[in-house]
Each structure stands twice: as C-alpha cells, then as structure tokens.
Design a protein around this ligand. Structure first.
Ligand SMILES: Cc1cc2nc3c(=O)[nH]c(=O)nc-3n(C[C@H](O)[C@H](O)[C@H](O)COP(=O)(O)OP(=O)(O)OC[C@H]3O[C@@H](n4cnc5c(N)ncnc54)[C@H](O)[C@@H]3O)c2cc1C
Length: 454
C-alpha cells in the first residue's frame, strides 16, 4: 500500500516505522520545520536538548524496545532521582515511605488514609469505572476532605487549572499506577532514564531509519486537504492529500491509505465532506478529544543547580506553575548540557486559554516572577545563561468526567482509505511515549492482516 502519515510527532514516526517494516511505501507530512511535535529538540546555544522535558521509566518496555530496535539501547542512562513537594513556604522530600511518614502537613490518620488510597488505587480492578466520578469526589471519599484540600487540590489545580474539578478519577489512578511502578519496592527511590543526546538523537535516528526503508518525509508541509477519491471499476477508494509545499505552492498526491495522527478536531478542518462521518465517529467514540490541555513552559539554562529534585511538585496555589523540573538532576550536566543546569517551568492551561498566545517576554515574566520567584525569592537573574519560552496548544486530551470511550473494549478500527489514530485513544493512561509506542504496536498487530489485504 502507498500510505500517508499526517503528523511527524512520535506517534506518526513510530507508525511510519512500523508501516515501512510491513513493506508499505510511506510518506510523512509534518507542518513544522522539524520532526518530533511535542518531543522536538531545541538549540539552547552551547547544547541541544528537548523543547519540553521527557524522562523514561524502567517499565516503559514498548518505548525501550523501540529504542533497542533502532540501535539506541546502549544509549539509555538510568539514575535515581529525587522528588520534592513545596507548600507552606517549605520544601519536603517525597522519595519514599520514610519521607512520607515525616510529612508534617497531614496528620498521622490522614497519611494512613492517603497511603491506603495509593495502594487501593494501584490495585483497582476496573479503572474504566473511574471515568464516571470526578477526582475530587473519589479522593474526598477515599482520603478524606482535609487531605483532598491540603494535598490533592493544589496539585490538581496546578495541573488542570479551571478543569481541576471536572477531571475524572481515572487520571489519578493512571498517574499513581505509573508513578509507583517507577519505584522498585517499598521505600525505594525513583529510577528514571533518558537517551543520551535526548529526543534529538531519537528523532534523528528514526528519520534516518525511515529514509533507509525508502520513506519520504515532508517538513514544513501542513496538510490542508484530504479528499476521498472513489475507486474506478470496482477498485478500492483512495485519498488525495493536499499540502502546502515549502516553496509556497500546493502539493497533491494520491494514497491507498491515510493515517491522521494529530488531534481529531484538526482533522475536521481538512477532510472532505464524505470523510467527516469518520471524524465525527472517532470524536464520539473517544470523547477525551473534545478538550485539550496546552502548556506554556519557560526554559532556563542556569550557571548552577537550583534544587536537588528532578520534579518539585507545588502544593501552593499562589505559585503560578504546574511544577519545577530540573532536567539536569536526571541527565548528566557535563555530557549533555555543557555544564548548565536545565530547568523547565511549565504551566498547563486549557487549549483555548488566551495566555498561550501571550508574547514570550510576558510569559517569561509570569512564569519566573509569579512562579519561580515565589518559591525562590532570592533567585538572581544573573544566574541565567539562557531563558526562553516554549508553548503547545494541543498536548493532552482531557480525561474529564464522563469522557470514557463509548465502548470500554473499543480500540481504534481500520477504515479504508482514511483513519485517525491519535492520543485521544489512550484510555486509562497518562500521556507518555511508552503509551504512544504501545498503542501503535497494538494497533498494527490488531490490523496487520488488513494492512496486508489487497
Ligand atoms: C511538557 C511535556 C512533558 C512531557 N513529559 C513526558 C515524559 O516525561 N515522558 C513521556 O514519555 N512523555 C512525555 N510527554 C508526552 C509526549 O511528548 C507525547 O506523548 C508525545 O509527544 C505525543 O506525540 P504525538 O505524535 O501523538 O503528538 P504531537 O507531538 O503533538 O505530534 C503531532 C504532530 O502533528 C503535526 N500536525 C498537526 N496538524 C498537522 C497537519 N495538518 N499537517 C501536518 N502535520 C500536522 C504537529 O505539528 C505535530 O508535530 C510530555 C509532553 C509535554 C508537552
């Protein structure tokens, strides 16, 4: 088959890699000047690293498997990292049971209920049920109102902003299951990993492998139209893909099959009328696609370390940040970031939030001034070697209450000649690249026969 993959993020690239592995001819269309979407890299001057922060967990077997296949297995590095929590003007280590037991903002009984909730959540038999109840209701019932208000609500507000009271409990289940899987045992600290060279290396290697398998990658090629072409003489329907060529003119090419990996709502803008029922069906089968979280993220390269933590969670609603991620407490500062401390200051916002369109300077002032400096009042700008802002409007399909897939067992099907496959189809999961690779692998395995059919 001649296939088009729309979207050159990790999902699209993994899909393209699997399709070429099955012998199909593939062309990837990416609207940005570089591959990677949310994983794409940035040139920070003396070094290149991811635009947003990414870590790998030891249990990310699908992702680790893919990295092994493309020859990057030996480039994985693992390190024990620290997690912190900032509230009431103080830092608290959160690296295991002993730290948890010492945590002074909750009573002994509150901590017991919180610990029991974590165990209960990670063993919960049917997480699909948890789409039907808000995180607030579920956590209040399991941990108690006080623990919800002191501990969970600030975290939910930091992550989801105005959506915090509409998010389904399944998000808590998925997060706890993923986080606590990263710890080898009771009291154990978190082991996290990365590939040396970051996602720039992963994306570069995937692109090279795709080239070796004969795939074509179109960059700066936003797809503006996808039209169904009825098959002649009883033959199968095909699709024309229309895109804007880097040189300015439109491009058009015919494909047996098109896979669209960007958000479902964006597909609605580019497909011809006779493909709209497919888009509508995917939107109603996978309702998390109805609302997205975006992110505005300041990135600082500092002359010296800021915290001992990889992640500092924030339990204080006056700090206008989702967290502080000090990447160089995971990645080797000497080898990867030219000796600089690389710090990300993300603020998640609804995809329609106008602050996502604010000028860089304004966002930087907010994220540093009303974020970082509320935690570190003595932070000196003379420590900054580089400061910039990255933003993305469509990051996470929102698991709001009632957004369960129409059929709990339903997974994306395979329709000729156009099919959407995107992260709104991740169910009972957090958004991460292991889930992305695992979903693509599962999809290709389920529909492998159909791909082989004439
Ligand atoms: C702040 C942040 C932190 C994260 N941390 C982690 C982490 O620690 N670990 C982890 O595993 N994951 C993490 N992730 C998640 C990870 O980045 C995503 O799982 C992954 O990037 C999703 O890839 P995707 O291909 O589905 O989407 P995207 O990366 O969004 O790719 C979609 C692509 O489609 C392109 N596109 C859209 N419309 C068109 C069109 N009409 N024509 C052509 N191209 C089009 C876009 O330009 C984009 O490149 C994080 C993400 C963010 C934002």
């Amino acid at each position: 088959m001649k296939c088009a993959v729309v979207g050159g993020g990790l999902l699209g690239l993994t899909f393209a890699y699997r399709l070429t592995g099955l012998g199909h001819a593939v062309e990837v269309f990416e609207s940005a000047p570089e591959l990677g979407g949310l994983t794409c890299a940035h040139d920070y001057g003396p070094f290149t690293w991811d635009r947003f922060y990414h870590c790998i967990l030891p249990q990310d077997q699908a992702l680790i498997g893919l990295l092994g296949e493309i020859g990057l297995g030996a480039e994985l590095r693992w390190r024990t990292t620290g997690t912190g929590y900032w509230a009431g003007g103080r830092f608290f280590d959160m690296n295991g049971n002993a730290d948890f037991l010492r945590f002074p903002l909750l009573s002994f009984i509150d901590k017991g209920r919180l610990g029991a909730t974590i165990v209960y959540a990670t063993r919960f038999a049917d997480p699909f049920q948890l789409y039907g109840v808000t995180a607030e209701e579920w956590l209040t019932k399991t941990c108690g109102r006080r623990t919800y208000e002191v501990f969970w609500r600030p975290l939910l507000k930091a992550k989801f902003g105005t959506f915090h009271d509409q998010v389904a409990a399944v998000f808590i289940w998925a997060t706890l299951t993923r986080l606590f899987g990263a710890r080898a045992g009771a009291g154990a600290k978190e082991q996290l990993g990365y590939a040396s060279g970051g996602y720039a290396r992963i994306l570069g290697t995937l692109a090279r492998k795709l080239g070796e398998r004969g795939a074509t990658i179109h960059l700066r090629a936003p797809v503006t139209g996808i039209e169904r072409i009825p098959g002649a003489n009883g033959g199968a329907d095909t699709c024309d893909v229309v895109w804007t060529h880097p040189e300015g003119g439109p491009g058009r090419a015919r494909f047996d099959q098109v896979f669209f990996t960007a958000p479902t709502g964006l597909a609605a803008h580019v497909v011809s009328d006779d493909l709209k029922p497919h888009v509508d069906r995917m939107a109603s089968d996978f309702p998390t696609s109805h609302a997205y979280l975006g992110v505005a993220c300041a990135v600082l390269a500092l002359k010296k370390p800021l915290t001992p933590y990889y992640v500092l969670n924030i339990g204080d609603e006056s700090v206008e940040l989702t967290g502080v991620i000090e990447m160089t407490n995971l990645v080797d500062r000497g080898a990867e970031t030219a000796g600089r401390s690389l710090v990300y200051l993300p603020r998640y916002l609804g995809a329609d939030d106008e602050r996502l369109a604010a000028p860089d300077r304004e966002l930087l002032d907010t994220l540093v001034g009303r974020g970082l400096k509320r935690i570190f009042p003595d932070f000196s700008e003379s420590d900054i070697d580089y400061a910039g802002v990255h933003r993305a409007r469509y990051v996470q399909p929102l698991p709001l209450v009632g957004s369960a897939p129409a059929d709990a067992k339903k997974l994306a099907g395979f329709e000729r000649p156009f099919q959407i496959v995107n992260t709104s189809m991740l169910t009972c999961a957090t958004l991460n690249n292991n889930e992305v690779v695992s979903m693509v692998d599962g999809y290709v395995e389920r529909h492998g026969e159909a791909f082989r059919a004439p």
